[in-house]
Ligand binder design. Structure first.
Ligand code: UGA
Length: 452
């Protein structure tokens, strides 16, 4: 099939590469010519494991192409996916400017029947707005070309995006038109071979499903974070509790990890957008309001533990803290809403020197930290290091912020020798407290028994 994908961010690029890999001809459009130049030169603008190879193979076979030219992009396609960003507006609602501009660009150009697919995460009712925008543009030029708008939300996770797309748990298709549904089934058949993964529903339910999934996952995380803080007060261990409840098949083991609060480009934005949608429709989502509040507070928990250990905020002045991990989660350079930004901001404000290391996110982190804390404060208090060992050298304590694989099994004896202050603040409960303590290092986890 001939597919056009508008938007070459995570979702657009991964979807495009995966559709190309199963034999479709995919033309990816972006209005950002820098991105398209990079892609045409064989460079990938984002860090996603395996994506560079997948794009290169399919580009060499002529199955994935890149353009900034809307005329070419619309003329190419039987199916057009809209996968542009929906950043949060100031009031938390999703900003649909890019979506509607893409819809208009399509409406200005279609000359044969097509299916337009909303793949971006968009509030309920957006498909109606997309349909109206395309119709308006058709009317302006007295055209009567038929088209259908379908909702097909994406559930891939950064860092595991290709695997998630190639082997999905489910493919949600919201469509009120049988022919469009048939085309979507055909398109997704290669990813749905052994079991039928495609769940067909009406458009609005599909749009709500995407928010419901992310809100449910955020709920589990905030619930466990709140419970971890209670476990500390009770002398219980959240890791034991996690295993104890996760083995119940009705609960399941996933997304029960207490930590530093959820970050990234999706959960924080989607929780806010769903809250705004509920307010707009005269409903109050009490649970979701609390989930967001708990998450905001959780981003400060490690800082509170650090100040507690050193005897107050004033005692942090002149201390040096090593930080392992900056990205919001492993296997990505994405720093959006990363808990590390909150922690570093607070440490710098307290006059604490920070030596941070991340396997891939350093340059993105530098840009954001400079933006948030200013050049002077960063120059004075922040050093971005080239290795995990370099970061800890001479530091008063270590904070583990992102659970990258290379941080999983450090040599604690060696760490004890490097760390002047001999304390670890484990924001992801990655380490065995007994092993750390055996090396003579004080251990502070999130909700760990006797180690907080
Ligand atoms: C999330 C969803 O998992 C995807 O299904 C969805 O498609 C995507 O949002 C989206 O809407 O585009 P992502 O943001 O890439 O994916 O990352 P996750 O792996 O879900 O992690 C989100 C945050 O939750 C991270 O900060 C992570 O550290 C945190 N987390 C996750 C926890 O604190 N505890 C857990 O048990 C799991």
């Amino acid at each position: 099939m001939k597919i056009t994908i508008i938007g070459t961010g995570y979702v657009g690029l991964v979807s495009g590469a995966c559709f190309a890999d199963v034999g479709n001809t995919v033309l990816c459009l972006d209005v950002d010519s820098r991105k398209i130049d990079m892609l045409n030169a064989g460079e990938i603008p984002i860090h996603e494991p395996g994506l560079d190879k997948l794009v290169a193979t399919n580009a060499a076979a002529g199955r994935i192409l890149f353009t900034t030219d809307y005329d070419r992009a619309v003329a190419h396609a039987d199916v057009i996916f809209i996968a542009v960003g929906t950043p949060p507006d100031e009031d938390g609602s999703a900003d649909l400017r890019h979506i509607l501009s893409a819809a208009r660009s399509i409406g200005q150009r279609i000359t044969r029947p097509i299916v337009v697919v909303d793949k971006s995460t968009v509030p309920v009712g957006t498909a109606d707005q997309v349909r109206a925008a395309i119709s308006e543009e058709l009317q302006k030029r007295n055209a009567t070309t038929s088209f259908t708008v379908v909702s097909n939300p994406e559930f891939l996770k950064e860092g595991a995006a290709i695997e998630d797309f190639m082997r999905p748990d489910r493919i949600v298709v919201g469509s009120d038109d049988p022919e469009a549904t048939r085309i979507m089934r055909q398109l997704y058949a290669p990813f749905s071979r052994n079991h039928d993964k495609l769940i067909h529903m009406d458009v609005r339910s599909a749009e709500l499903t995407k928010y419901a999934a992310n809100a449910m996952l955020a709920t589990r995380i905030s619930f466990m974070n709140e419970l971890a803080n209670l476990a500390e007060a009770l002398g219980a261990d959240i890791e034991a509790v996690r295993m104890g409840i996760g083995s119940d098949p009705r609960i399941g083991p996933h997304f029960l990890y207490a930590g530093m609060g959820y970050g990234g480009s999706c959960f924080p934005k989607d929780v806010k957008a769903l809250l705004k949608t509920s307010v707009d429709h005269g409903r109050t989502l009490h649970l979701l309001t609390a989930i967001e509040k708990v998450n905001e507070a959780q981003k400060s928990v490690l800082f509170d533990k650090i100040t507690g250990h050193f005897g107050g905020v004033d005692a942090l002045r002149g201390k040096t803290l090593a930080l392992w991990g900056l990205s919001f989660k492993p296997n990505t350079d994405d720093m959006r809403e990363a808990p590390s930004l909150v922690l570093i901001g607070k440490l710098i404000a307290a006059g604490c020197k920070v030596r941070a290391y991340d396997p891939v996110a350093t340059s993105e982190a530098r840009r954001l930290l400079l933006q948030e804390n200013g050049e002077e404060a960063c120059g004075r208090y922040l050093t971005l290091c080239d290795s995990a060992a370099d970061a800890v050298s001479g530091a008063d304590a270590l904070a583990l912020v992102t659970e990258w694989k290379e941080f999983r099994a450090p040599d604690f004896e060696q760490l004890a020798a490097s760390l002047a202050g001999k304390a670890i603040f484990d924001g992801r409960n990655l380490y065995d407290p007994a092993l750390v303590a055996a090396a003579g290092i004080a251990y502070h986890g999130i909700g760990r028994r006797g180690h907080n």
